[in-house]
Design a protein around this ligand. Structure first.
Ligand SMILES: NC(=O)c1ccc[n+]([C@@H]2O[C@H](COP(=O)([O-])OP(=O)(O)OC[C@H]3O[C@@H](n4cnc5c(N)ncnc54)[C@H](O)[C@@H]3O)[C@@H](O)[C@H]2O)c1
Length: 248
């Protein structure tokens, strides 16, 4: 038996990816660029961003903290000046600052909510007027099974990722009549964020994956590609787990 392949074609599209300097975001940028899109990468780690994407054809970079509304507005204006519009946005930037709830500091709480919830909001608010003007658009947010089921030591991250799910469904309802869809993926992949998990906890997490392994980060991108495609016009407000069955 041979399993077939979908060949993506995003020639002519402009895609914005946040947190695209490494990990899942990096692979999403590569996927769309390889598929012919112009890709704008927003990431707050200027050095990492430059190392990954500085001077790469069809890639525009902006060193910006997604939770900073003015900086995000300026960055999206820069993307529109560069490419003429925004067709797809992938709100992927994220951090984890873990501690059990009685030990969580104000900074751990606020920084995680800021990046995930406020950052997703800031970027979405900035791109929707451009998508409305064009009469089409795709918004893809990145949540986590922690946002659906919770996880010890991650009350801040769970609140943030659960917030992203509620935000996704609400925005999906608000923008549906303008030809814009808003969905989320819930990933599970080997990245720096996962490498920071203590070894015993990581072994436990790996054992709980029905498929039996963490994915390569590149395995997340085709699911984003589907949600970003013309063929996904009738798919909105969903959370697509790309997680080897973890969230079942
Ligand atoms: N790796 C997994 O298994 C997994 C599971 C569930 C959800 N996620 C989510 O997937 C997304 C990507 O995670 P990853 O594992 O690739 O992480 P990562 O740490 O490898 O990459 C995160 C990227 O986001 C950038 N970033 C962080 N804060 C930012 C900010 N305020 N403004 C702009 N850029 C910022 C970082 O510089 C980095 O390039 C995150 O939203 C994460 O919560 C990952």
């Amino acid at each position: 038996m041979t399993i077939g392949k979908i060949q993506p074609d995003f020639a002519g599209s402009t895609v914005v990816v946040t947190g695209g300097a490494q990990g899942i975001g990096y692979e999403i940028v590569s996927y769309f660029r390889d598929a012919g899109a112009k890709v704008a990468v927003l990431d707050y780690d200027a050095a990492l961003l430059d190392k990954a994407w500085g001077s790469v054809d069809n890639v525009h970079t902006a060193a910006v903290d997604v939770s900073d509304g003015d900086a995000v507005t300026a960055a999206i204006d820069g993307v529109v000046a560069w490419a003429g519009g925004v067709d797809v946005v992938v709100n992927n930037a994220g951090i984890a600052r873990d501690a059990v709830v009685w030990k969580l500091t104000d900074d751990q709480w606020r920084s995680v909510l800021d990046v995930h919830v406020t950052g997703t909001f800031m970027v979405t608010r900035a791109v929707v007027p451009h998508m409305r003007a064009a009469g089409a658009g795709r918004i893809i947010n990145v949540t986590s099974c922690t946002g659906m089921h919770g996880n010890i030591g991650q009350a801040n991250y769970a609140a943030a990722k659960g917030g992203i799910i509620a935000f996704t469904k609400t925005v999906a309802k608000e923008v549906a009549r303008f030809g814009i869809t808003c969905n989320a993926i819930s990933p599970n992949a080997s990245t720096a964020m996962v490498a920071a998990v203590p070894a015993d906890k990581l072994a436990e997490m790996t054992a709980s994956v029905p498929v039996g392994r963490f994915a390569d980060a590149a395995e997340m991108a085709p699911a984003v590609g589907f949600l970003a495609s013309e063929q996904a016009a009738y798919v909105t407000g969903v959370v697509l787990p790309v997680d080897g069955g973890v969230s079942m």
